[in-house]
Design a protein around this ligand. Structure first.
Ligand SMILES: *Cc1c(COP(=O)(O)O)cnc(C)c1O
Length: 367
């Protein structure tokens, strides 16, 4: 039987997904989670002003959103003190990472990430036929200088650094990031993924420098702004790197509801501050819960806590499974050197109560 043929790149792809969603796990387990603490979402939700903007925009869903995202780009540019030409928006950083790989890495070219770094980026690298080279973490932090060296050694098309880091929650201060940027060859595109940037201490965020000709910085409304399900993120960079996105992006990819919500969210910085405070309190409570169970919380500049179980990867996997069977969803890093850790996202009090109840039970089952 003759039938359409997959492209060679698509035919070579494994049928894996970067993340199995909690909904898929619920279907497998045949039960709903009572605590959703695995996807680094913000349980504190969107700003009430963003919710009002969504409600007002809802009836307008019959028409397409502005394909130029003009008002949204203007609001982002105002927020960061840059020009609209230095911003491109898209349906989440995940989508923008894909477009970036498609624009800047030829099939077969090398792209560098940390071993255990953000899997959705790797998914796009493989998906566009580029070749992934990975660099181990140094302890529980990414190793920016080793990433820069790998980029130079391989003549990489792209090098990726998340600061603060997912899955470990660790961070580098601005001086280290600046040294990293300076050490990367001019012909290598740098992706600085700042999905957790709003949570980071001031000194973990280098000042915006649009004269850096090979640097793109990614931001999202999914984490601190509490709108992961809305799908909106953006990239900041010099115009010559940003303009080409208009050649390949989905021009109707951000709904008018999402555009309105993102504008309202940016305008409500007091709400963002309250989220950061509530996130810090929740991280402190997660730290106390895991310590009471003999585990070590790692310092975090994000909205989650990576936890050293003090045991091996099999134990960490067991904790994750036993928690899931009690209705508590968390995730864990998978790379060697990190895989004895678990990762717990912040949640509201009721979700952390569930964690507090379930964790000792999980551990006792593994003893
Ligand atoms: C959550 C996350 C993203 C995804 O952001 P979206 O805008 O929701 O696609 C990107 N990068 C990192 C490191 C993340 O943890």
């Amino acid at each position: 039987m003759s039938r359409p043929r997959l492209t060679a790149i698509a035919a070579s792809l494994p049928s894996t997904v970067p993340f199995v969603g909690p909904e898929a796990i619920e279907r497998q387990l045949g039960q709903k989670f009572r605590a959703r603490l695995g996807a680094n979402e913000s349980a504190f939700g969107p700003s009430p002003k963003a919710l009002a903007a969504m409600a007002a925009a809802g009836p307008e869903s019959w028409h397409y959103g502005d394909p130029e995202n003009n008002d949204l780009l203007a609001a982002i540019a105002r927020h960061h003190g840059c020009t609209q030409g230095q911003v491109v928006a898209g349906p989440g950083v995940d989508a923008l990472l894909g477009l970036t790989v498609r624009l800047y890495a030829e099939p077969g070219q090398v792209v560098v990430n940390s071993l255990g770094g953000y899997p959705t980026f790797n998914y796009h690298v493989t998906g566009y036929g580029a070749q992934l080279v990975t660099v181990p973490y140094a302890g529980y932090r990414s190793n920016p200088m080793a990433l820069a060296h790998a980029a130079r050694e391989h003549g990489a098309a792209i090098v990726y650094l998340a600061n603060p880091d997912n899955p470990m929650g660790s961070w580098h201060d601005a001086a280290v990031v600046r040294d990293f940027i300076a050490a990367v060859p001019e012909t290598t595109l740098i992706i600085l993924d700042e999905a957790y940037g709003e949570f980071a201490p001031e000194d973990a965020r280098p000042a915006l420098d649009f004269s850096q000709a090979n640097l793109l910085r990614m931001r999202t409304f999914s984490k601190a702004y509490g709108m992961a399900g809305l799908r909106c993120g953006y990239i900041l960079g010099p115009e010559h790197l940003i303009e080409p996105f208009n050649r390949i992006r989905d021009h109707f990819g951000i709904s008018n509801v999402a555009q309105a919500a993102a504008i309202a969210a940016l305008a409500d910085q007091p709400f963002l501050q309250s989220v950061i405070e509530r996130t810090n309190a929740a991280k402190a409570r997660i730290g106390a819960i895991v310590r009471a169970n003999g585990m070590e919380p790692l310092p975090s500049a994000t909205n989650f806590v990576a936890v050293d179980t003090g045991r091996d990867a099999a134990f960490a996997q067991g904790v994750l499974q036993e928690l899931a069977s009690q209705g508590v969803f968390i995730r864990k890093p998978g790379a060697p050197g990190l895989d004895h850790c678990i990762r717990i996202s912040v949640g509201k009090d009721d979700a952390l109560d569930a964690l507090e109840d379930a964790l000792p039970v999980a551990i006792s089952k593994l003893a």
